[in-house]
Every structure is written in C-alpha cells, then in structure tokens.
Design a protein around this ligand. Structure first.
Ligand code: AMP
Length: 208
C-alpha cells in the first residue's frame, strides 16, 4: 500500500505518520525530516535547502524530486509525508510510479481551519533527535526514544514570521493538489481538527 499525506503545515501529518508506520508496516518518507537532517549534517543539499526552509519557502522542485525518487525506487510500501507539495512534484511522482509499475492507493487530506493551524504551529516544539512533536500546552513530554527535555526546540520555521509565509506558500502551490488528486479519485478528506485518537480511527476506517 502506498499513501500520500496531504495537508497544511501543523495539520498533524507527522503525528499520524508515526502511528501509520507501525500499524501498516510502511516506510516513512518525510521530506521535511530528511532536509533537517541534511542541514544538521552540513551536507551540500542541506546548505542549499536551509535558507528556503527558514524563510518558510519551498525548496526548489529539482532538489526535492531527485532526493525523493532516489529513495522510493527500493521501497515496497511507502508513506509520503510532505511530498508532493507542487503539481510538478506530483507529476514526477506519477511518472516514476508508472515506470516502477506501482500506484498510489490513497491520498489522505488533513483538513484543519487555518486559524487553528497558526495557533498549533506557534506552540509546537520538536525533538531534534527523533522529530516527535509536542505542544507547549502539554503537561508532560514523553518521548519513546528516550530523548530528554533538552532535545526539544522550536523549529526556526515555526516562529511567527515564517508561519504566515508557509501558509501562503501552501495555499498557492500545494492546495491545487487537492483538485489534482480529486479528479484521480484518490483524495480522502479527514477531519484533522479532532483528537489524535479520533483522527487515527478515521484513517483506519479508510485504510481497512
Ligand atoms: P515540513 O517539515 O514538512 O513542514 O517541511 C519543512 C520545510 O521543508 C518546508 O517548509 C519546505 O521549506 C521544505 N520542504 C519539505 N518538503 C518539501 C517539498 N516536498 N518541496 C519543497 N520543499 C519542501
């Protein structure tokens, strides 16, 4: 089974990915996580991507497409989180899947009102080791990988100046993908404004 998670920043794609990977034995490809680790490792790709990411802009298609398609080749069941984010990326993915004689089974669209997203993102703190996210409102931070409180930080692009840019970028470049996948009859809308457990149950109903 091959799945795409589509939705604005802060809509809970990463949180649900952690559950889906375990439950359905999928390989998780989060382009945001890959790029952040490239930046941490000071790679060539990381240094090219850093500026775009900090400003809340998309990293250019050619860099992203090459990075993702190199990985998808060898994977059986894939969970794409944060890719595709442009029509151009979606077309490249489609072409590659055709070559590999694979197909996308579901595109899960995480629907959350924009006002709630800004609030969620500005309170989000992330673990720099395992990328798990928490809210500043959480009573306790429990990380299964044993990461400690010192490992939690606010992502540069979760700061107010970058958040509004990311939302604009989403509306302009990523939202058109909803129509793209709707016409292919792959789009499944999830009410992602409910609790983590409720969202997870709604996804299970679609996948089972
Ligand atoms: P995320 O962790 O998915 O919110 O991604 C963080 C940032 O990484 C985005 O704001 C972009 O700058 C960059 N990024 C992640 N995925 C992509 C993609 N598919 N295309 C272009 N840029 C991306």
């Amino acid at each position: 089974m091959n799945i795409i998670l589509l939705g604005p920043p802060g809509s809970g794609k990463g949180t649900q990915s952690q559950k889906l990977v375990e439950k359905y034995k999928l390989s998780h490809i989060s382009t945001g996580d890959i790029l952040r680790s490239q930046i941490a490792n000071k790679s060539d790709l990381g240094s090219k991507a850093k500026n775009y990411m900090e400003k809340g802009e998309l990293v250019p298609d050619n860099l992203i497409i090459e990075m993702v398609l190199k990985t998808t080749e060898s994977i059986e069941s894939i969970l794409l989180d944060g890719f595709p984010r442009t029509i151009n990326q979606a077309l490249s993915l489609e072409k590659e899947m055709n070559i590999l004689e694979k197909k996308i089974d579901h595109v899960l669209y995480f629907d959350v009102p924009f006002e709630d997203l800004i609030n969620r993102l500005s309170k989000r703190i992330s673990c720099k080791n395992c990328s798990k996210t928490f809210s500043k409102d959480d009573k306790e931070y429990f990380c299964i990988d044993g990461c400690s409180f010192q490992d939690l930080y606010q992502r540069e692009d979760d700061k107010p100046s970058a958040i509004s840019k990311r939302m604009d970028t989403y509306k302009e470049l990523t939202e058109p993908l909803l129509e793209f996948y709707k016409t292919k009859d792959l789009l499944k809308k999830i009410n992602a404004n409910s609790s983590i457990v409720e969202v997870s149950l709604e996804i299970d109903k679609i996948l089972q």
